[in-house]
Design a protein around this ligand. Structure first.
Ligand SMILES: [Mg+2]
Length: 327
């Protein structure tokens, strides 16, 4: 258990966030001294304060006193579980009541455990560790379900979610959305020539090079399938999208991965289809995918190792320009 917790903490690059909510500061102090070496601790001395803290930054675990003056622990738990933003945060009740019906009530409200006062330090520490580990396993599982196992970038499922979310934002904010479809040139030949292990290493290196070409936190790269990657650039016009495409093509060239069975270069290269649309309710994200696909086809047709663009005019797609991506 400890190894798993340690590996998660390394992966997440942070300490667990623990919220202690109790209306008696002396009780908070006892728990704080006990757990401060393992966790970053946030404190609340009322139910309302506990809820406000959870909404501003969800903790990994809450130790929640049952008997408090304003909102009691049960009501705080009920409200946290009713809010999608906080419903996943595990709650351990701290209670001096040790009657069995209180235990039942705590579990019915969605708490994962309860600890009775006066607290036993060893039991408390062990339970906190156990529930943090379970929380982190869940987080890890959720994260890995959205990542491509080979390259570590987002997978197709995550891309589909992001595309729809970015489309909605673009519609609301009247900001253009750019999509780049990136395809590795003659990748089947590469695999045939160098083997599948080299092919996998090549895709990993390319994913990293493409990710390195992105600058803003909301730009997203995903493995779309096979040797194809997709890149979403919110709030980006054609000039901005071109700039990223050129950088991507250059970064992949700089990897200098030998590819002697390619017809266009002795190194691995990529072709990129660029599409930029103004999202709206009259269109669907499929229009953007189709436009980027058409542009990618045009880049391939025009000789590969370059980008091509698709622009949308009165919903009639046309490839406006094919250009070499040499920089
Ligand atoms: Mg109390």
């Amino acid at each position: 258990m400890e190894d798993l917790l340690q590996s998660w903490l390394l992966h997440a690059n942070r300490r667990p966030k623990l919220l202690i909510a109790d209306d008696q500061p002396v009780n908070i102090r006892v728990l704080y001294e006990l757990l401060r070496h393992d966790c970053d601790i946030f404190m609340a001395t009322s139910g309302a304060q506990a809820i406000a803290l959870c909404q501003s930054e969800a903790p990994d675990l809450i130790l929640l006193d049952v008997v408090m003056d304003d909102l009691d622990g049960h009501e705080v738990c009920r409200r946290l579980k009713a809010d999608p933003m906080t419903s996943d945060v595990p709650v351990i009740f701290i209670t001096s009541q040790d009657r069995e019906d209180d235990e039942v009530k705590a579990l019915e409200l969605g708490a994962v455990d309860f600890i009775t006062k006066p607290i036993n330090p060893i039991v408390t520490k062990a339970r906190v560790r156990t529930h943090l580990t379970i929380k982190f396993q869940g987080d890890l599982l959720r994260a890995s379900a959205l990542l491509d196992g080979l390259t570590g970038v987002a997978n197709r499922r995550k891309f589909d979610e992001d595309l729809h979310a970015d489309w909605r934002h673009g519609t609301r904010e009247s900001a253009p959305l750019a999509l780049l479809m990136v395809d590795v040139d003659y990748f089947k030949r590469f695999n045939d020539h160098y083997g599948h292990q080299a092919g996998d290493a090549c895709l990993k290196a390319i994913a990293k090079a493409l990710a390195d070409a992105l600058r803003r936190p909301y730009d997203k790269l995903a493995r779309y399938g096979g040797e194809e990657f997709a890149c979403l650039l919110p709030k980006t016009d054609l000039a901005g999208a071109r700039c990223i495409a050129q950088r991507m093509i250059a970064r992949v060239r700089e990897l200098a991965i030998e590819h002697l069975s390619s017809d266009v270069d002795t190194r691995v290269t990529v072709s990129i289809g660029i599409a930029v649309l103004q999202p709206s309710r009259e269109l669907t994200p499929d229009a953007l995918l189709k436009a980027a696909d058409d542009a990618l086809y045009e880049a391939k047709r025009a000789g590969r190792a370059r980008f091509a663009e698709s622009s949308m005019d009165d919903q009639a797609l046309r490839v406006s320009r094919a250009s070499t991506g040499n920089v």
